[in-house]
Ligand binder design. Structure first.
Ligand code: DLZ
Length: 165
C-alpha cells in the first residue's frame, strides 16, 4: 500500500498538459521502473503519449541542469525527475543528494514550474527496489515515479484553477 494520497485527483484539470520526464541512468534497473510508474500515472489521467517527452541524463547530479534547460524552453507544464542514489561507504551520497535536491528546488521556484521529485535516496538496494516497485512486500506496493507524476498533475491542476481566479 502506498503512503501517498492525492487530495482530489478525480477532479484533476490537466487537459492537454505537456510533460517532460528526465531519468538518470545510474541504478538503471530502479530508475527504469520509476519511469514505468510515472508513465502509468500520467496516462491514467489522460495525458497522451505524444505529450510526454523523455530525456535521459548520466546521474542524479545532472538532473537539475537538465530541468533548468527544459524549463527555459517554456513548452512544458511540468517536469518529472527520476533518479536513485544509494548510500555507499563515503560521504559522496550526502553531496549528491544534497546538491541534486537543492538544484531541483531552485529550478522549481525560479521557473515557477511544477517538478515531480522522483529521486530515491536510500540506505541500500532493497529500499530502492521496494520504493520503485521492482519488488513488493505485504505492506508496501509503491512506485515513487508514479507518485511524482501524480504530484505534478495535481500542481498543474492547481495552477490551472489559480489562473482562472
Ligand atoms: C558518481 C555517482 C555515484 C557514486 N553514485 C550515484 C548514484 O547512486 N546515483 C546516481 O544517480 N548517480 C551517482 N553517481 C553519478 C553522479 O550523479 C554524476 O552523474 C557524476 O558524478 C558525474 O557528474
Amino acid at each position: 500500500m502506498s503512503t501517498f494520497s492525492p487530495s482530489d485527483n478525480s477532479s484533476f484539470d490537466v487537459g492537454h498538459a505537456r510533460i517532460a520526464i528526465v531519468v538518470a541512468r545510474w541504478n538503471a534497473k530502479i530508475t527504469e521502473n520509476l519511469l514505468i510508474g510515472a508513465r502509468h500515472g500520467l496516462t491514467d489521467y489522460g495525458i497522451a503519449e505524444k505529450n510526454i517527452d523523455l530525456f535521459r541524463v548520466p546521474g542524479a547530479f545532472e538532473l537539475p541542469l537538465a530541468c533548468q534547460k527544459l524549463a527555459q524552453k517554456s513548452i512544458y507544464d511540468g517536469i518529472i525527475v527520476l533518479g536513485c542514489v544509494i548510500r555507499g561507504g563515503t560521504p559522496h551520497f550526502e553531496y549528491i543528494c544534497g546538491e541534486t535536491t537543492r538544484g531541483i528546488g531552485q529550478v522549481t521556484l525560479q521557473e515557477s514550474l511544477p517538478i515531480g521529485f522522483g529521486l530515491l535516496t536510500t540506505n541500500d538496494l532493497e529500499q530502492s527496489e521496494l520504493r520503485s516497485g521492482v519488488i513488493f512486500n505485504d505492506s508496501e506496493n509503491e512506485n515513487k515515479g508514479k507518485e511524482a507524476a501524480l504530484t505534478v498533475l495535481e500542481m498543474i491542476s492547481l495552477f490551472s484553477k489559480l489562473g482562472s481566479l
